[in-house]
Design a protein around this ligand. Structure first.
Ligand SMILES: C[S@@+](CC[C@H](N)C(=O)[O-])C[C@H]1O[C@@H](n2cnc3c(N)ncnc32)[C@H](O)[C@@H]1O
Length: 181
């Protein structure tokens, strides 16, 4: 089955937690992760990897000594993620709101999130952002995309500096937040 069709089926069945019907385009993924440096080992957390389109791109880009820990709650997607054969990847079948149970304060270089922020209950969303900010090293960065700018001001409450870019090359077009802790 083509990967896009399988994403569509899983996403429609779980629309409230997925918040999309198609996985991110190559152009969006490229823009989301292009600030990741490839010349040093990084500790990266990925939130909401889904079918792994962002995960694979991160693994392709980063240094051989880097490590990616992916938090995903959908069991169908977790099975897909387990098919990625890369020792640098750990898949946790755990919600992003439990981040702090797996990482210490100031221990992560980058958090890359595809979470459907606008669909997540406010108190859970606040907890996730608080924990993401807490695990990041000083100067660490949080990347997130969103189809409208609903959570821009919320992100500004949690991160010192938030910049936004945009791509039309996704269905729907998307904003990309880049936040420094
Ligand atoms: C829009 S999809 C993103 C999939 C893929 N990364 C992409 O960009 O196409 C959002 C993903 O977030 C996951 N998700 C939703 N709430 C979550 C939570 N609290 N913790 C971890 N993953 C969550 C969903 O199961 C889904 O796989």
């Amino acid at each position: 089955m083509p990967q896009s069709w399988s994403f569509f089926r899983t996403a429609v069945k779980n629309f409230r937690s997925t918040g999309a019907i198609a996985s991110s385009s190559k152009a969006l993924v490229k823009k989301l992760i292009e600030p990741l440096p490839a010349d040093r080992p990084l500790r990266i957390v990925e939130l909401g990897p889904g079918d792994g389109c962002v995960t694979r791109a991160i693994l392709d880009r980063v240094n051989a000594e880097s490590h990616v820990t992916a938090f995903e709650i959908n069991t169908t997607f977790i099975d897909v993620l387990h098919q990625i054969e890369d020792e640098r990847l750990s898949v946790l079948p755990v919600g992003a709101e439990q981040l702090r149970e797996y990482f210490e304060e100031n221990s992560v270089d980058y958090v890359v999130s595809s979470l459907p922020l606008s669909m997540i209950p406010k108190e859970v969303k606040l907890e996730i952002l608080r924990q993401a900010q807490w695990v990041l090293k000083p100067g660490g960065q949080f990347f997130q995309y969103q189809y409208a700018l609903q959570d821009y001001s919320l992100l500004k409450d949690y991160f010192g500096r938030v910049s936004v870019s945009f791509t039309m090359a996704n269905l729907p077009p998307a904003f990309i937040y880049s936040c420094i802790g």
